[in-house]
Design a protein around this ligand. Structure first.
Ligand code: ZN
Length: 289
């Protein structure tokens, strides 16, 4: 979504200039000499596609689904979530990517040509190929579905092994809120098919994560900082749970193992040391123990 909050009035000190999102034409006019209150007129049209903008909860939105600014943001989020290195905003613009399909349709030669570098082209093409192997747990949050991030996806993954198993009932059973559930289901029966996302080169599957009960768990793991072994905490969580561990996002009192692969001595690490919690710097060691 193309978000930019434009307040109607902003009080300013006399000499200060207002720096504002440059993407919008902002018309500023004085409302008197001494009182330095300036009126800011919100833009009426999207600077990228010229569609009429609409206010939703005091925020301006471009509701045009084929807006280039929105599609660039969508691709940016997708590439970031899938950890496709080298596919940032500048490259997205250079490659003229408009749709998620565009990412996977480009040949190595085409990328090299657009980037004017054989080396960069090969590198990015490899990154893109590599991203095809992600499972649903990493993939689903990449589609920018409101309220469907890695936490909701992880909940779902305890009930499904494929995207095609998602039903409104499963969403509720998995503990998704009604809004998140309806967003996901609407996307699934609408956007997913309409945009041909089902033809993207993914398996759309994940291993069903068996819920581990507190009685037969091997331990409760808290992950601190960035991981080296897996691209995301969600992916690491999936592996740990598969091996019978419970994963907590904060250092609650039932945590028995702290995983710190970054080596940075975080607040969590210090607290774990004080509490005598076992600290590991590699996920593999936890599994092998
Ligand atoms: Zn637009």
């Amino acid at each position: 979504m193309f978000r930019n909050f434009i307040p109607y009035f902003i009080p300013l000190s006399e000499k200060k200039f207002l720096t504002f999102p440059l993407s919008f034409d902002i018309i500023i006019s004085y409302l008197g000499e001494r009182e330095t209150l300036r009126q800011i007129v919100p833009p009426t049209n999207c600077p990228a596609c010229n569609s009429v903008l609409e206010f939703v909860n005091d925020q301006l939105f471009c509701l045009n689904d084929s807006c280039s600014a929105k599609s660039a943001k969508r691709i940016e989020h997708f590439a970031k979530t899938l950890k496709i290195k080298g596919l940032g905003p500048a490259t997205i613009a250079r490659l003229d990517l408009f749709d998620l399909h565009d990412i996977y349709s480009l040949s190595q030669e085409e990328i090299s040509l657009c980037l004017d570098s054989e080396k960069l082209g090969t590198k990015l093409h490899n990154e893109i190929q590599k991203s095809k192997s992600v499972d649903l747990i990493t993939l689903l949050p990449a589609f920018s579905i409101p309220l469907i991030g890695s936490s909701a996806t992880n909940k779902l993954a305890q009930h499904i092994s494929s995207l095609y198993e998602i039903t409104p009932e499963i969403c509720i059973e998995a503990g998704l809120g009604p809004k998140a559930a309806s967003n996901l289901y609407d996307w699934l029966v609408g956007t997913f098919i309409d945009h041909g996302y089902n033809e993207l080169p993914f398996s759309f599957t994940c291993k069903t994560q068996a819920k581990v009960s507190l009685d037969d768990t091997k331990g409760t793991v808290c992950i601190s900082g960035k991981l080296k072994s897996y691209p995301t905490k969600a992916a690491a969580t999936q592996v740990l749970e598969k091996y019978g561990f419970i994963v907590k996002s904060s250092l609650t009192k039932d945590v028995t193992i702290l995983l710190n692969e970054s080596g940075i001595e975080s607040a969590k690490t210090k607290k774990a040391e004080q509490l005598g919690i076992k600290i590991f710097n590699n996920l593999k060691q936890i599994i092998e123990e």
